[in-house]
Design a protein around this ligand. Structure first.
Ligand code: UFG
Length: 341
């Protein structure tokens, strides 16, 4: 059974392709390589023994997208990862984000209707919940959607609405939106992992690059939050647990196990860790003393958020299994392997 993975050479995409292939799915990747590298295909092949089919073009281009689906009439489902994802950049260049993230989705939905591709898994984010009120922590799927903090976050909210309305309008379409908490870590082989271009925005690659000596000092944003150690809390989830959830979602769709034509699931562990917890875990597993300093809060950051994964656990039969130490260790192994090549 063939699955299209858009953004399949990216961070979450590449790990998901590995899991799909392991489960016997045929994969075709479409990726414009805006923020990823073609060599990832070699790594996927090394891990799985299978080189996925690959095409490089911009899904925000309607005629190229239509042409692609006209040529591939054997696709049974789509996992749509391809999107810009830098929160800060989206504030500076909002139109770039709306155009890319929404045009690509709309082109895919139109093609799904026209070429009768029934199943879509969409890459959403816990950013839709903003800072949940105390009574909504941990956050379940029924927690209120908050006004987005950034154009990036807004594209995820609008995208979920576009999918919902399209499914109502185009009969025969199904979708699952997966709202990720904070994906970190890498495949055990250390052949694929997170590869941020330039200075990382996210915590884990900043930690591993600082540990490796590429960055001088990690700035911990905010030491005065009302948390156990004053630093902000997130629900970090191992990338391979996240990848597996995508395969489960695809299987649920193709095996016609969905209860509604549009379902939404939180993907987190259910446990929140502070920035200092993550640093301590890194120091423990790597044996490296991390150079860091606590500075002021980062604008737009929320104080604490973690998932209530009960609905995902029960409905999908999926549970995140890997502990924080496995996340930091795999991220560290990946950093070392990548730098030594
Ligand atoms: N942090 C630091 N120093 C850094 C980087 C991050 O202290 O150099 C802190 C942040 O302040 C935050 C925590 O580490 O408290 C996690 O920050 P990340 O940037 O790794 O992750 P965010 O929770 O800010 O962002 C993630 C995704 C976004 C998404 C957002 C909300 O990267 O795509 O969650 O869902 F929009």
């Amino acid at each position: 059974m063939k699955i299209l993975v858009t953004g399949g050479t990216g961070y979450i995409g590449s790990h998901t392709v590995v899991e799909l292939q392991k489960k016997g799915f045929d994969v075709i990747i479409v990726d414009a390589l805006f923020n990823s590298r073609i060599e990832v295909l070699d790594s996927i092949e090394k891990i799985t023994g299978i080189r996925p089919e690959f095409e490089s073009f911009d899904l925000a281009n309607q005629s190229l997208t239509d042409d692609f689906f006209a040529r591939h009439n054997d696709i049974k489902g789509i996992i749509h990862f391809a999107a810009h994802k830098a929160v800060g950049e989206s504030v500076e260049q909002p139109i770039k984000y709306y155009r890319n993230n929404l045009d690509s989705l709309m082109n895919i939905l139109e093609a799904m209707d026209k070429y009768k591709v029934p199943n879509l898994v969409f890459s959403s984010s816990c950013t839709v919940y903003g800072q949940p009120d105390a009574e909504h922590l941990p956050v379940s799927e029924t927690a209120p959607i908050k006004k987005a903090e950034s154009p990036y976050g807004n594209t995820k909210q609008i995208a979920e609405e576009i999918i919902f309305e399209s499914i109502n309008a185009y009969k025969g379409l199904n979708a699952i939106a997966l709202r990720y908490f904070n994906p970190v870590g890498a495949h055990d082989s250390a052949l694929i992992g997170e590869l941020p271009l330039g200075v990382p925005n996210n915590l884990m690659p900043y930690i591993t690059q600082t540990g490796y000596g590429i960055r001088e000092c990690l700035k911990v944003f905010g030491g005065d939050y009302p948390t156990h150690d004053g630093t902000a809390i997130r629900d970090y989830i191992h990338i391979m647990d996240l990848a597996k959830a995508h395969v489960v979602a695809v299987e649920r769709m193709v095996n016609e196990k969905m209860k509604k034509s549009f379902e939404i699931f939180n993907l987190g562990t259910g446990t929140g860790y502070s920035v200092l917890d993550v640093i301590k875990s890194f120091e423990k597993v790597s044996g490296v003393k991390l150079n860091y300093e606590i500075v002021g809060r980062r604008a737009g950051d929320i104080e604490k958020v973690w998932a209530d994964p009960t609905f995902s656990n029960n409905e999908l039969g999926w549970k995140a299994e890997r502990h924080l130490d496995e996340m930091t260790l795999s991220a560290w192994n990946w950093e070392k392997a990548y730098r030594s090549n």
